[in-house]
Write a protein that binds this ligand. Structure first.
Ligand code: NAD
Length: 469
């Protein structure tokens, strides 16, 4: 563990026993020099990120396959294509986003200039998780660079092959005076967080989110927290069952269920549970064949600890489909659990694996009450042929994001803000929202030195006449 290899900035490991203090102050000096501010500099660094994605495409697919058996298509779509999309949107719009925003003025200020300056924060820390180990550091990094910051990236130590790839190669593309990769786990992350950053962007669990926010509070550092939770998916009695099944199975079993916005559990009537079951089975067979363990399109659990945790959750309700496991491969079959009770273990934590429990509710009202009685999720899904039902679920619940009649797809639009609320996080990003997240919106007034007479009424002495009395 330590600082990523390559021509990295000078690192002083002895400053007050803080191994990262030298790195942080080096980046701060670079930021203060102003070199990250010009559009040309930001554009050049972003283009270098594009080359990183192009040059390392094969290695990224190999590393994510080695880490969690990520199918090539899934890795290509989520780790490369979505990042390139974000990059293109940013490069195409950066010039416009960076411009001062001129605002309305009052009568007294007609000769002045009033504007919002998009200022970089300074030195930014990005901490990311293992499930989309490229995407989840790269998308925030794109916004942080676009906004003119210096950045330290701390990828997850759990996706170790991807971590190694990033540590060994990213520095060959970026300006090492301004951007660095720090590797390692809890210990390194803890030491890193002792330093004062100007912004911290964290993606991970709500538990660690609290630790990060506490560390940030010591320095009054603003944070974005992209966290997780249990995302409900309500299926009404009127819907196109085969289509619902395909869209739910895709969203739940993409990346072997290790997706923060995956539908975590289904809520539907008893009748719908019975009708859905054969369609869910059919969709699973259609996607992964009769034995998903042999499918090149179905992933594995990232590590042994995570495998043991997810496997334990199989004992809830009744296994209606799947349920097979293979410890040696960290394989858990795409599994549907029926008749699950709210008190069952699988309903007590975010599943983050290929298990879909179904909890039976009487109707939409009960589903909404069920959702509202729990922490606010990152995403809510609602399926119905009746758009009034979808709108009711949207209107009467609260969540980071929402998608009607599909799963996951709202993440793919850079024009939509992506982020949590309450237990699922704080802040938003994607597209311009990422640029804005990493920009301080500085309110500026540049006054004219002329027409001094206009100012006379605000200067002392405050006569009765000035008070309008
Ligand atoms: P995690 O919280 O365990 O780890 C995330 C990062 O924090 C890693 O880089 C890790 O090294 C670091 N970390 C771990 N413990 C730490 C500590 N005590 N102090 C400081 N840093 C620490 O999360 P994970 O297991 O890697 O990822 C899974 C979680 O992330 C799930 O809850 C999932 O929903 C969530 N997630 C959210 C999003 C989102 O966009 N909202 C995306 C992906 C994953």
């Amino acid at each position: 563990s330590g600082i990523g290899k390559g021509p990295m900035p000078l690192v002083c490991s002895t400053v007050c026993g803080n191994p990262y203090a030298g790195l942080v102050s080096h980046l701060r000096a670079s930021w203060l020099s102003g070199k990250t501010r010009p559009l040309e500099y930001r554009t050049a660094q972003l283009e270098a990120l594009g080359r990183f994605l192009d040059d390392k495409k094969e290695e990224i697919l190999e590393a994510t396959a080695a880490d969690m058996g990520k199918p090539s298509f899934e890795a290509y779509f989520s780790e490369i294509l979505l990042c390139k999309n974000e990059l293109n949107v940013t490069l195409n719009n950066l010039c416009h986003w960076m411009k001062d925003e001129h605002v309305d003025k009052n009568l007294v200020m007609q000769l002045d200039s009033a504007f919002i300056r998009k200022d970089p924060y300074g030195v930014v820390l990005i901490i990311s998780p293992w499930n989309y180990p490229i995407h989840l550091f790269l998308v925030p990094l794109i916004g942080a660079i676009a906004a003119g910051n210096c950045v330290i990236v701390k990828p997850s130590e759990i996706s170790k092959n991807t971590e190694r790839l990033v540590a060994e190669t990213l520095s060959c593309y970026l300006d090492n005076d301004c951007f660095a990769v720090v590797t390692g786990g809890v210990q390194e992350s803890t030491r890193l967080l002792e330093n004062k950053f100007d912004y911290i962007f964290f993606t991970g669990s709500p538990r660690v989110g609290r630790i990060v926010m506490t560390a940030a509070a010591k320095h009054l550092t603003p944070v974005t927290l992209e966290l997780g939770g249990k995302n409900p998916c309500y299926v009404s009695d009127t819907c196109d069952i085969p289509n619902v099944a395909r869209r739910v199975v895709w969203g739940r079993f993409f990346n072997a269920g290790q997706t923060c916005i995956a539908p975590d559990y289904l809520l539907c009537s008893l009748e719908m549970q019975e009708k859905l079951m054969p369609a869910l089975r059919e969709a699973i067979v259609e996607f992964f064949g009769p034995n998903p363990q042999e499918s090149p399109d179905f992933g594995r659990i990232v590590g042994d600890k995570q495998f043991q945790r997810v496997r334990k959750l199989l004992c809830s309700g009744r296994v209606a489909i799947g349920g097979q496991t293979d410890e040696a491969e960290r394989y858990i079959a795409p599994t549907i659990l029926a008749d699950v009770q709210p008190s069952d273990p699988v309903m007590q934590e975010e599943i983050f694996g290929p298990i879909l429990p179904i909890v039976v509710v009487a109707n939409m009202d009960e589903a909404i009450d069920f959702i509202n009685a729990r922490p606010r999720p990152l995403a809510i899904y609602a399926f119905s042929c009746d758009s009034k039902v979808v709108n009711q679920v949207l209107e009467r619940t609260s969540s980071g994001g929402f998608c009607g009649n599909d799963t996951l797809m709202h993440v793919a639009l850079t024009s939509l803000p992506f982020g949590g609320i309450g237990n699922s996080g704080l802040g938003r990003y994607h597209g311009k929202f990422t640029f804005d997240t990493f920009s301080h919106h500085r309110g500026c007034l540049h006054r004219s030195m002329g027409l001094e007479a206009i100012n006379a009424p605000r200067y002392p002495p405050y006569t009765q006449q000035k008070l309008g009395l």
